[in-house]
Design a protein around this ligand. Structure first.
Ligand SMILES: [Fe+2]
Length: 200
């Protein structure tokens, strides 16, 4: 009896897809698409570091303007990715597209303050508690949060196809990524904003 190797089937296309990080890559979707200081109807962008409440007003306004970000979601259902909407010396703004399997892991934003608005679907945000169970809350469509550099959190997709708008000031350069080992020991490593945020 002769055994023959199975005929290989079609090879699935493995297009590179940036993962859910706040990071630019060579992917064209991450090219800054808008100079938000020139978009009418948005809060004015001061030429200085923005406060958390200013970032929050900006992401809330952007979440209500899908024409500024929805083009980056089209055709990518089921694949997580992000797009840089704006970056200058004081501010960077991102649109993130989520699935329920997406998980940033525990992280901080180093020296940056930030804000997040849920533009579509929902996210879940967790906070680290020592001791005790970590807290977890739902961020529904229309919800927003703001935070300073001391903030530690973890965000996961609440539903497939969720979209959130993120703004950071000063612009993200580094983040702290945390791991908790089997003995409960917490560790922090510094990661570049160009690296993928993920559980560690
Ligand atoms: Fe974050």
């Amino acid at each position: 009896m002769t055994l023959t190797a199975p005929t290989p089937g079609p090879v699935p296309a493995l297009a590179p897809v940036p993962t859910t990080a706040m990071a630019p890559t060579a992917d064209p979707r991450t090219v800054t698409q808008h100079d938000l200081s020139r978009v009418e109807g948005l809060p004015a962008l001061p030429e200085r570091t923005l406060a958390p409440e200013e970032l929050r007003r900006l992401v809330e306004a952007l979440a209500a303007r899908p024409e500024l970000w929805q083009e980056f979601a089209a055709g990518d259902a089921g694949q997580r990715h992000y797009a840089s909407l704006h970056r200058d010396a004081h501010l960077d703004v991102w649109a993130l597209f989520w699935n329920v399997t997406d998980d940033t892991g525990w992280h901080d934003h180093d020296t940056s303050s930030g804000a997040v608005a849920v533009a579509r679907g929902e996210l879940e945000e967790s906070h680290l508690r020592i001791p005790g169970p970590h807290s977890r809350r739902r961020l529904a469509e229309g919800a927003s949060i703001q935070f300073g550099p001391d903030y530690i959190h973890r965000i996961t997709g609440g539903v497939d196809g969720a979209v959130s708008i993120h703004a950071y000031s000063p612009p993200l350069w580094r983040l702290g990524q945390y791991s908790i080992d089997e003995h409960g020991v917490l560790r922090r490593i510094t990661v570049s904003y160009a690296e993928e945020l993920r559980p560690r």
